[in-house]
Design a protein around this ligand. Structure first.
Ligand code: ZN
Length: 306
């Protein structure tokens, strides 16, 4: 019995191993590649597929990085397929001339297409033994990397929709200062700083949210200069990097990646190049350091010409 216990990866050890990729690497920079690859593979595993050649999942991974990563993240889409090995999560199969290389010798995109990846044998055994862990780990990863407005979208995109943003999302909420929302909404006089939406139902404002400019997941503080009052639509578009606000000028600029019909023009493009509605007090103005983080880590560069 003792031997059997040693062979099985304990649940806590498994979670700890996945938690290694929750860390935000390189200081302020978002590290989205590994989390998105792991989520993609967890979604496949939930559907009974435990291995994948890189070229089988390449298009899906590119779409995920384009949608939920910073601009140009998809160009290095093959990197996590190789580097995930060093976290003890991942195993690779393929030509020994590539597999045998030292960890720093990242293969080219073409070489990566000859490789097959899967979770490491002990990780895979633990996940297959208790499939509820797949959803639990997926929730921890999205809660650690993405703002609440995007967490369900990310889970849906990897086929894990219906996975409730569970205990971890709740604990993230708990760590936030509950006064952040009312303070930010008051600062902006209860209206969206983009479209001035201020619909009220019996006096209560509806569909208006306090967005963190620098995400909570990236240690953005709960202070007014890190907040924007945004309607639900503009909040989601801001978190997706569809538009950003230029530091110092408070000018809204829209990504060149966005297209749409007249309706979209009215809801978004019409505000391109215009100033946002500023808070009533100068001390609440969005701070340049947080806007610069959003521009660098979230906004889908390049911006449209003004
Ligand atoms: Zn709005």
């Amino acid at each position: 019995m003792a031997m059997r216990r040693n062979l099985l990866l304990q649940e806590s050890q498994l979670l700890e191993r996945f938690d290694r990729i929750r860390v935000w690497q390189q200081g302020d920079r978002r590290a989205v590649h590994k989390p998105l690859l792991v989520l993609l593979m967890l979604g496949r595993l939930a559907r009974g597929e435990s291995r994948a050649r890189f070229d089988e999942i390449e298009d899906d991974l590119r779409r995920l990085l384009d949608q939920f990563g910073p601009a140009s993240a998809a160009a290095s889409r093959h990197n996590p397929f190789w580097h995930l090995r060093t976290d003890g999560l991942w195993a690779l199969d393929g030509p020994s001339s590539i597999i045998g290389r030292p960890p720093a010798a990242t293969p080219t995109l073409t070489e990566a297409r000859t490789l097959t990846g899967s979770f490491a044998p002990d990780v895979l055994a633990a996940l297959l033994k208790n499939s509820a862990l797949i959803a639990q780990i997926a929730q921890r990863i999205v809660a650690g990397h993405f703002p609440e407005s995007l967490q369900q979208d990310v889970l849906s995109a990897v086929g894990l929709e219906g996975t409730e943003a569970g205990a971890d999302a709740a604990s993230d909420r708990a760590r936030r200062d509950p006064s952040f929302r009312p303070r930010v909404l008051l600062a902006y006089e209860y209206r969206c700083c983009v479209c001035r939406h201020d619909l009220r139902l019996d006096g209560q404002v509806v569909g208006l949210e306090a967005a963190h400019i620098r995400w909570v997941q990236a240690k953005g503080p709960d202070i007014e200069p890190n907040g924007l009052a945004l309607c639900s639509l503009h909040h989601k578009l801001f978190d997706l990097g569809v538009f950003t606000v230029l530091p110092g000028q408070y000018m809204l600029v829209v990504s060149q990646h966005v297209t749409g019909s007249d309706e979209v023009r009215a809801r978004l493009m019409g505000y391109h190049g215009a100033g946002i509605v500023l808070p009533q007090s100068r001390t609440s103005y969005p701070a340049a350091e947080f806007l610069a983080w959003h521009q660098g880590e979230v906004f889908k560069k390049p911006q449209r010409e003004v």
